[in-house]
Design a protein around this ligand. Structure first.
Ligand code: PLP
Length: 486
């Protein structure tokens, strides 16, 4: 669906119009048919819009104005760490020596790029308390799968073929069980207790000789710190399993506590979350994985290593699970994360966590009067509210999310984690000012009052956006991929 004044690029298209001018060709035309195998040759011309440069600039500028991004407004999407992406990262990622090198260049000609990656690995080892790091995985979920494949290879190398179960809490992110399945393992759920933390009794019940690993994020997806993390890790280790850290919530403990010191054996980081890679819309991301020493042999190859003064790609890893991504991973995101770590410095990174946690607790306390607070305890970088009070008035959490759009706010995460009814999950991040937090809180309070006094205005929201409420299932299942004349 599209409204009248926003045309599709194919509707703007005029036959014969071009957006470029090239000099006349002064070399013979290549015989493409002779260069490519037959199966790869097109039978028809591709359907492409024919537009001028100005048409296409206006088209994308107009689309960008209808979109919501961190640069245009507050984006408190819980679990996603939509913090500001410093623009110096972009400058550095665009340096010719980074942006214009070719992934197939000889190692000797890309020493600077390899040094940056090696140095980034060193920083991430220090930050996580791990012994070695791979930068290959393309995002968090890919890191999860990579880490589980290494754990699987580790158990197999020790002759433990029956360790096929991955324990995940009932509040876990959907990627955790998905990664376990793709890694050929089975998921077992461990319950949360009334405080929103892992139920130790239930953990003792599900752990056993078939346990490959426990996957956990700390703080968990409710924004609560697992106080018994050392005991949890001990229970799993005693049963012979490994403990996996889903690093999506690292913003809550960065430079304060290290997963390696809590007893975790494998860690993935979401550089696009904690370390300011711009994300949303599906990418690009970077999901480095760190491991303790006994898992080092299984790391994806090549590993970036230093020999004397030289940086090399080490392929000589006989027990490696193999390559998980072509070339060097998402290099540009790794450059941005490196720039962020270096420009913040150790004190700057500590302040990140302090402000992220302060902002979340401030918002939680101010909102607790108007929305139900399922876990009334100190939170970390994010917190969950329940819209069950509003639901009794006929206003669902989805309606509240849509109403926020009328005020220019991106809604928080809703209906996740699944163990909280009408869940609203808010992550303000450290980069927002008190004024921004206050204006969001004021609107949330206004919406709570509207739910009591004038529920229709919330139920029918949004009112001020370019399009009204969409049929989201159809929008997701049947996106308009290309324009065709019916
Ligand atoms: C974002 C997230 C993931 C997945 O990470 P991607 O980088 O999006 O693949 C996993 N677990 C949690 C808790 C997350 O918030």
């Amino acid at each position: 669906m599209h409204n009248q004044d926003q045309k599709l690029i194919f509707e703007v298209s005029t036959p014969g119009r071009v957006g470029y001018s090239l000099p006349e060709m002064d070399v013979p035309e290549a015989d493409v048919a002779a260069l490519l195998p037959e199966g790869y040759l097109r039978e028809e011309e591709p359907l492409l819009p024919e537009v001028s440069e100005l048409d296409i600039m206006r088209h994308y500028t107009s689309l960008s104005r209808r979109n919501h991004g961190v640069d245009s407004g507050f984006y408190p999407l819980g679990s996603c760490t939509m913090k500001y992406n410093p623009k110096i990262n972009e400058n550095v990622a665009r340096y010719n020596g980074f942006a214009h090198i070719h992934p197939l260049q000889d190692e000797s000609s890309v020493q600077g790029a390899l040094e940056l990656l090696y140095d980034l690995q060193q920083h991430l080892k220090e930050i996580t308390g791990m012994d070695e790091v791979t930068l290959q995985p393309a995002a968090g979920a890919h890191g999860e799968w990579t880490g589980l494949m290494m754990i699987r290879a580790y158990h197999e190398a020790n002759g433990n073929l029956k360790r096929t179960k991955v324990i995940v809490p009932d509040s876990a992110h959907g990627t955790n069980p998905a990664s376990a399945t793709v890694a050929g393992l089975e998921t077992v759920t461990v319950k949360s207790n009334e405080n929103g933390l892992v139920d130790l009794e239930d953990l003792r019940r599900v752990v056993g000789e078939d346990t490959a690993a426990l996957m956990l994020t700390n703080p968990n997806t409710l924004g609560l710190f697992e106080e018994h993390i050392v005991e949890i890790a001990d229970i799993v280790h005693e049963a012979g399993g490994k403990v996996y850290y889903d690093g999506a919530n690292l913003n809550a403990v960065l430079s304060k506590a290290r997963p390696g010191d809590m007893g975790f054996d494998v860690v993935h980081l979401n550089l696009h979350k904690t370390f300011t890679g711009p994300h949303g819309g599906g990418g690009p991301g970077s999901g480095p994985v760190g491991v303790k020493s006994d898992l080092i042999p299984f790391l994806p190859r090549p590993v970036i290593a230093k020999r004397g003064d030289e940086y090399v790609l080490d392929y000589d890893r006989p027990q490696s699970i193999g390559r998980v991504k072509p070339y060097y991973g998402n290099f540009g995101i790794n450059v941005r994360a490196y720039t962020y770590i270096r420009s913040m410095g150790p004190d700057g990174l500590k302040a990140v966590t302090e402000y992220a946690v302060l902002n979340a607790n401030y918002m939680m306390r101010r909102l607790a009067e108007y929305y139900d607070l399922p876990f009334d305890r100190h939170c970390k970088h994010e917190f969950v509210l329940s819209g069950r009070r509003q639901k009794k008035l006929g206003v669902r959490t989805l309606d509240i999310a849509k109403r926020l759009l009328d005020f220019g706010f991106h809604p928080p995460t809703i209906y996740f984690p699944l163990n909280v009814e009408e869940c609203i999950m808010i992550e303000p991040t450290e980069t927002e000012s008190k004024e921004t937090l206050d204006s969001f809180i004021d609107i949330m309070i206004q919406i709570a009052k509207e739910a009591e006094e004038n529920p229709e205005i919330v139920q029918e929201a949004p009112h001020t956006t370019v399009v009204g409420r969409l049929d989201e299932t159809t929008a997701a299942r049947k996106p308009v991929l290309r324009y065709q004349n019916a």
